[in-house]
Design a binder for this molecule. Structure first.
Ligand code: GRG
Length: 298
């Protein structure tokens, strides 16, 4: 990796991530009634070396629409809480059964299944507490709650996870695969960008452009994820590789072949970048993120 655009994103991400991490630290501070054992499990997974792509998308979208990033920080943290809950639950033995995540033992591997389930539950609940209380004005908070609830829910993240688990070992096609990824990965990308726009009180056309960008980027991210599962480095990725083929999962390389998958990812990234042209020079970070996603190795 390291085209100038990807390097620009890495530089931006390295400068913006510490503020996200500090806000996540604050949201998981000790509190009356918050058991230490639960707090340790939450922080083990949440304050871990994740890329923070979704919170950064919230902040970048807000800025592209003219808002200071601080106003969008609660939404950035809320989506990272949902994402982390989904990773904790996905790693459980009843789901993907992974013992390593973000370069660490997965939550249940370290704290046991019951505590890991509760850590995920607590993060899921807290995301909406944070949005409802800390996003201003109240109508933006309500809209963020409704949109994040939909993206995390039955016909998006959870529905996609359900269909993914039930598609294991079955013959599927690209259409079926994309329907899974649009819900499992795309929905949280899209809502991250949309919440940035909502907090910035953006116009409908701007939110629609961010949404289309998120849709294309989410799909490209997943094509690359499948390629990394096949050819990536476990150490760099911080998680096990070759899990997909072991579990008989539908993947892009398995359905299309490796080179066509790479080409598809490139086309999706070009479409993502095209979607945010209306922001003109304010889209430069979003463009850099798209190139980073194409070239990423973790
Ligand atoms: C349990 C409701 C529920 C959903 C689980 C997260 C998930 C859905 C499954 C994990 C496996 C997977 C391939 C998910 C697609 C999204 C994805 C690639 C997540 C990893 O996101 P990154 O790479 O992770 O942004 P970091 O750790 O950097 O935040």
């Amino acid at each position: 990796m390291s085209s100038p655009a990807a390097a620009t994103f890495v530089e931006y991400a390295d400068s913006a991530r510490p503020a996200v991490d500090r806000a996540l630290e604050d949201y998981t501070a000790a509190a009356a009634g918050f058991p230490d054992g639960l707090r340790d499990a939450i922080r083990h997974s949440l304050i871990a070396p994740g890329k923070r792509l979704r919170p950064l998308m919230v902040l970048m979208a807000a800025e592209a629409c003219g808002s200071p990033p601080e106003a969008a920080m609660p939404a950035a943290c809320a989506v990272e809480m949902i994402h982390t809950y989904s990773l904790i639950h996905d790693d459980l033995p009843a789901m993907d059964d992974d013992d390593m995540r973000r370069g660490r033992p997965s939550c249940h591997a370290k704290f046991g299944e019951a505590t890991a389930i509760l850590a995920g539950d607590a993060l899921l609940a807290q995301a909406f507490e944070v949005l409802g209380r800390d996003i201003q004005p109240a109508d933006a908070a309500a809209r963020c709650c409704a949109e994040l609830g939909r993206a995390a829910g039955r016909a998006a993240l959870v529905g996609g996870q359900h269909d993914d688990l039930h598609a294991e070992g079955s013959d599927g096609d690209v259409e079926q695969l994309e329907a899974i990824h649009a819900r499992k990965t795309g929905a949280l990308f899209r809502v991250s960008l949309r919440m940035g726009g909502i907090v910035a009180q953006a116009e409908a056309a701007q939110i629609a452009a961010l949404d289309r960008y998120g849709q294309k980027l989410g799909l490209a991210f997943q094509v690359i994820d499948d390629l990394l599962d096949l050819h990536g480095d476990e150490q760099t990725l911080g998680k096990r590789t070759n899990k997909d083929s072991e579990r008989g999962k539908l993947t892009y390389p398995a359905l299309l072949g490796v080179e066509p998958s790479r080409r598809k990812a490139g086309e999706l990234i070009a479409e993502a970048i095209d979607s945010v042209r209306i922001f003109e020079s304010d889209a430069s970070r979003l463009e850099a993120l798209a190139v980073f996603v194409l070239e990423r190795n973790r």
